[in-house]
Write a protein that binds this ligand. Structure first.
Ligand code: NAD
Ligand code: UD1
Length: 336
């Protein structure tokens, strides 16, 4: 299948392009490189031995997107491109709505004009909102999102549902990711956050490699077993493989929603302790106050993806941590 991957030079996109190429699919990447790297694309070529067709373009640029669809015979779009920093979305909401919502709208307009109506969208567990009981199940309604990033994801989900209701020729798969971590086992691809990482795993890795003094654990007074928050961490390669498993689903008309997670919550303290055990490297930490907006604990009901897509997250926590560490050691400053 010929697949257009938007955001293919980013963290999850680059891992997905590797799996697509290795499974024999043909791939075109569109990325504006605002948070992705051409080095990642070169590394994909090194891992797969195949060349990547790359177009540096912005999904908000209708003319550029029309050009992509006219020059390439695209059958399906896997849409990763967007902005993802929760804190930044609070201070720059217009950028988040423009990139994530308007960008998807323009992409869909270009797809409609080209007659390409199959889309796999990167959504997030954040759309379940603050009050949802755990585990999160796809049958639950979207809840109240607490920041523009989360709201932009919920808005795109609604936009795509409306599009499918209006035109039965569209088929859309909404993949709700839990917490992707880890890196390609080769150590050539991984997460490359700009500035101070917001997320737990890159922060732990940067402390371990000596780039940061210590980790702040945001609160140990949550109603969980050890008092720190619990999340459903999954290996980015498993997540990438989830997209391959979703490709047959996008051949069927309508909208389908799948959680991609392991179904298990792991606490922040357990993450730190496991990282130290697996790598043998010390990670100094300090317990600090809670981070605004954090939920105590959530994880996926991963049953639907297993039953309908035949997908389960197979890589365990030790693999996630070891692969993160290999990537961090080989690339202490990421792709820079
Ligand atoms: P990333 O920032 O590494 O990758 C996104 C890519 O999209 C980057 O390469 C960036 O340059 C590109 N991009 C951004 N705006 C663009 C635009 N307007 N036009 C063209 N390219 C553009 O992020 P990621 O972690 O790989 O996430 C991929 C997708 O998955 C995002 O939509 C994100 O919101 C979603 N998601 C990520 C997580 C996570 O924890 N990483 C969790 C849930 C959902
Ligand atoms: C965050 C976002 C979520 C987004 C996801 C992926 C918030 C509130 N949520 O999820 O919307 O989809 O990233 O981009 O930002 N932690 C520390 N110290 C740190 C960093 C994190 O203790 O330096 C803790 C957090 O309090 C949390 C856990 O580690 O309990 C995981 O944090 P993080 O990796 O940021 O992911 P989420 O908060 O689950």
């Amino acid at each position: 299948m010929q697949v257009l991957v938007t955001g293919g030079a980013g963290y999850i996109g680059s891992h997905t392009v590797v799996e697509l190429l290795q499974a024999g699919h043909s791939v075109v990447v569109v990325d504006n490189l605002c948070n992705g790297s051409e080095v990642a694309l070169q590394r994909i070529e090194k891992i797969t031995g195949q060349s990547v067709r790359f177009i540096r373009a912005d999904i908000r640029d209708r003319q550029a997107m029309d050009g992509v669809f006219s020059r390439h015979d695209i059958e399906t779009v896997i849409h990763f491109a967007g902005l993802k920093a929760v804190g930044e979305s609070v201070s720059r909401p217009l950028d988040y709505y423009e990139n994530n919502f308007y960008g998807t709208l323009v992409l869909c307009q270009a797809m409609e004009a080209a007659g390409v109506r199959r889309l796999v969208f990167s959504s997030s567990a954040t759309v379940y909102g603050e009050e949802a009981p755990v585990p999160y199940v796809e049958t639950m309604p979207r809840g109240t999102t607490s920041n523009p990033y989360g709201t932009s994801k919920a808005m795109v989900e609604k936009l795509l549902e409306d599009l499918v209701s209006a035109n039965a020729r569209w088929s859309v798969v909404l993949l709700r990711y839990f917490n992707p971590i880890g890196a390609h086992p080769s150590g050539w691809l991984g997460e490359c956050p700009q500035g101070i990482p917001n997320n737990l795993m890159p922060f732990i890795a940067q402390v371990a490699v000596g780039r940061r003094e210590r980790l702040s654990i945001f609160g140990d007074d949550y109603p969980t077993a050890d008092g720190t928050c619990e999340r459903d961490y999954l290996h980015v390669v498993d997540l990438a493989l989830g997209h391959l498993k979703a490709l047959p689903a996008v051949l069927e008309p309508g909208v389908s929603i799948y959680n991609l997670g392991t179904g298990q919550g792991v606490s922040v303290l357990a993450m730190v302790n496991s990282f130290m055990r697996v790598t043998g490297v010390d990670v100094p930490y300090l317990i600090t106050s809670r981070r605004a907006g954090d939920l105590p604990a959530f994880w996926a009901d991963a049953g639907k993806a297993r039953r309908k897509l035949g997908w389960t997250a197979e890589r365990g926590l030790d693999d996630m941590l070891m692969d993160t560490w290999r990537w961090q050691c080989k690339n202490p400053y990421g792709y820079r």
